[in-house]
Ligand binder design. Structure first.
Ligand code: AMP
Length: 120
């Protein structure tokens, strides 16, 4: 599979709309279309990587950039008192879109904290 086959590939190429909140030469971040909290956005690499299970040591810098961006954008989006990150991986991880992405989501201060994860 190539990124051409995924919805996020289409978003990268501008073929379908998204609510972008950040873009640079390597990364794109945009609001999740089905938010599970007050704020819910996705950080994706422009390079096609299907899942976290497909990364290689050569992706170390890219992965670092993705993680470093998460708290910067979370703060910009109003998540000043914490947030959650998630990377769903593969079938058993309930990954739906096979282009690597970090979910960043949370409720704004003054709202209720997210419920705890059950892990199941
Ligand atoms: P995952 O289950 O980790 O693969 O999550 C994929 C996420 O992509 C889901 O939270 C979807 O709501 C989100 N999503 C799917 N299509 C779009 C889209 N066109 N724009 C923004 N988010 C999307």
């Amino acid at each position: 599979m190539t990124s051409n086959d995924t919805i996020f590939g289409k978003i990268i190429r501008g073929e379908i709309p998204s609510k972008k909140i950040y873009e640079d030469v390597d990364l794109l971040a945009f609001d999740d279309i089905h938010p599970v909290a007050d704020v819910h956005f996705l950080i994706i690499p422009k390079k096609f990587i299907a899942t976290l299970a497909d990364v290689t040591p050569e992706d170390a810098t890219l992965l670092g950039k993705m993680l470093l961006l998460a708290p910067v954008l979370a703060k910009e989006q109003g998540l000043t008192d914490g947030f959650r990150t998630a990377i769903n991986t593969g079938r058993m991880g309930r990954q739906d879109v096979y282009h690597l992405h970090i979910h960043v989501f949370g409720n704004r201060p003054g709202s209720v904290p997210l419920s705890t994860m059950t892990g199941a």
